[in-house]
Each structure stands twice: as C-alpha cells, then as structure tokens.
Design a binder for this molecule. Structure first.
Ligand code: NAG
Ligand code: NAG
Length: 178
C-alpha cells in the first residue's frame, strides 16, 4: 500500500515538473529570440511608408478599410527614433487595412537583416495586426539564409504611436525555430 502511494506521488511530481517545463506562454523553448524596433515613417521629407492604393470608399471608412501601404521601414536595435538608432535591417512589404470595424492590418513583410548576428538572412512575417491592442501576435512563415525553413511567431508592442512625430515605433520580439 505504502509503495503504491509513493509511486502515485512520484508520478504526480513528474507530471507537475513536465507541466511547469511547458511554459504555456507560447512554447518558446528551443527558439531563437530576436528583438528589433520597427520604424514606420509616414511624414517628413523621407517617408518609408507610402500609401499605394485605396478604394473609393476608404476615405469614408473610420478604419481606412481598403488602403494598402508599401513599406521599406528601418529596423533598429533600440527604441530611439530610427535616425538615432543602430540599423540592423529593413522591413519590406505591405500592410493592408483589412478590418471594417477596428483598425486591423494584414501585415505582409520580410525582415531583411543587413547587420549584426543575422546579417544576410531574412524572415517572412504575415499576420493580423490590430494596432490598438497592447500585444499583437503574427506568424513567421519562412525565411532565408540561416533562417531557411524557419517557423515561429512575432509579438508586436507599440512604443510610440507616431501621432505627433509621424514615426510609429513598434517593438517586435521574434521567436524563431530554423
Ligand atoms: C481621399 O482623401 C485624400 C486626402 O484627403 C484625397 O487626396 C483623395 O482624393 C480622396 N480620395 C477619394 C476617392 O475621395
Ligand atoms: C553584412 O553582410 C554583407 C554581405 O556579406 C557585408 O558586405 C556587410 O559588410 C555586412 N554588414 C555588416 C554591418 O556587418
């Protein structure tokens, strides 16, 4: 009897340890974590985000539904304004205002690393970006170079909305398995 009870106790302990090891916060074990700051410059003499298309009805939409913006946004290693930060790459692609009720973007971009540990490699990111939410999760659907066949996810958190400066700064934390 005592032996059976001990075995059960041991089993419960093992299960508890296994449960604790699964962090539940997205399963980031064994993944490379990369933090970069994304700078969407929409105003000033050198914008890096340009609206390239919209629907006739976009101006009447409170969520800019139908607008498409092409980006070649600087990625830096610090949250300071892009001009002051250390450039590690560029975010190139488009975002589309894809939600008729809230401001929700479809992000479709490559993070192209041009300096630092990942220079020469890139990551393809696609996902929904409801910009007013504190944390947005997007998919990492592939990559090139050291990130060939990559899978993972990105978490985006706004540092500066850019309402005043014309430069939106967003922290991207990438969890990558390659
Ligand atoms: C939408 O608004 C912009 C700027 O206010 C204007 O340039 C553009 O012509 C408008 N588009 C339509 C389809 O009304
Ligand atoms: C990044 O890699 C390219 C190509 O190998 C090289 O020419 C360049 O100097 C590197 N840049 C930095 C900042 O390491």
């Amino acid at each position: 009897m005592a032996k059976a009870a001990l075995q059960l106790l041991l089993l419960l302990c093992v299960a508890a340890v296994a449960w604790a090891a699964d962090d539940g916060g997205g399963g980031s074990a064994g993944m490379t974590k990369i933090k970069v700051y994304w700078h969407d410059v929409v105003a000033g003499p050198n914008p890096t985000a340009i609206r390239v298309a919209q629907a006739a009805s976009t101006n009447a939409s409170s969520t800019y539904f139908g607008a498409v913006v092409a980006i070649d946004d600087p990625l830096t290693s610090s949250p300071a304004a892009a001009a002051a930060g250390e450039l590690v790459g560029r975010a190139q692609g488009t975002y589309t205002f894809a939600d008729q009720r809230v401001i929700g973007l479809l992000m479709d971009m490559n993070f192209v690393f041009t300096a630092g540990d990942h220079n020469g490699s890139s990551l393809a990111i696609m996902g929904r970006n409801e910009v007013m939410s504190p944390v947005r999760e997007m998919s990492i659907v592939g990559g090139s170079g050291k990130f060939r066949m990559a899978r993972g996810y990105a978490e985006a958190r706004t540092v500066d909305s850019g309402f005043k400066s014309g430069e939106t700064i967003v922290e991207y934390t990438l969890f990558v398995k390659a």
